[in-house]
Design a protein around this ligand. Structure first.
Ligand code: PRP
Ligand code: GUN
Length: 174
């Protein structure tokens, strides 16, 4: 079966939108330093592009999580595979993600990170699939709201492939 990727959002569209979000964050955090928290692996491509477009001082940290399998998977309970290097206390934190789907991962993760005492906490996602939401999550910055399709590119994988595509696409099987 042949596999191909159909473009949903072109490289130009994605770049333009990231520039806009970068400008908005720079305005909203004028006079402050933002601490960007990247959730690996998917969020890494968006984080790098976004960070370059933010004009207030930026610091970065990275974490990696995985959902517990089996019965607990649907609860959104996640295991920290790699924790942040720095404490969040008194920092203006923006969690940067590639996609919010059911909302389970982010709902759990944000609660966990808020308990570490940041001065403020916001969520920025490149993609949002509102039709798939199971748990309500407050998203502060959204690149694009997309329909319920499995997308790849810009950090998002299909079986670990396609993360490096510079656009958002949908895998089609002919
Ligand atoms: O809203 P949810 O339904 O919880 O889904 C969103 C999560 O799924 C993706 O991560 P994934 O598990 O694919 O990890 P990866 O970034 O390492 O590929 C994405 O980066 C979010 O963390
Ligand atoms: N690659 C990929 N991962 C996801 N995780 C949650 N939704 C998606 C999606 O549409 N694509």
């Amino acid at each position: 079966m042949a596999e191909r990727v159909e473009v949903m959002l072109s490289e130009e569209e994605v770049d333009r939108r990231i520039q806009e979000i970068g400008e908005q964050i720079s305005k909203d955090y004028a006079g402050k330093q933002v601490h960007l928290v990247c959730v690996l692996k998917g969020g890494s491509f968006f984080l790098c592009e976004l960070a370059k477009r933010i004009t207030v001082p930026v610091s970065l940290d990275f974490m990696s999580v995985s959902s517990y399998g089996g019965d607990t998977k649907s609860s959104g309970v996640i295991k920290i595979v790699k924790d942040l290097d720095e404490p969040l206390r008194d920092k203006d934190v923006i969690v940067v993600e590639d996609i919010v789907d059911s909302g389970r991962t982010l709902s759990y993760l944000l609660d966990m990170l808020k308990a570490r005492g940041p001065k403020s906490m916001a969520l920025c996602t490149l993609l949002d699939k509102p039709d798939r939401r199971v748990i309500d999550v407050k998203v502060d910055y959204t690149g694009f709201q997309i329909p319920d399709e499995f997308v790849v590119g810009y950090g998002l994988d299909y079986d670990q492939r396609y993360r490096n595509l510079p656009y958002i696409g949908v895998v089609k099987f002919d």
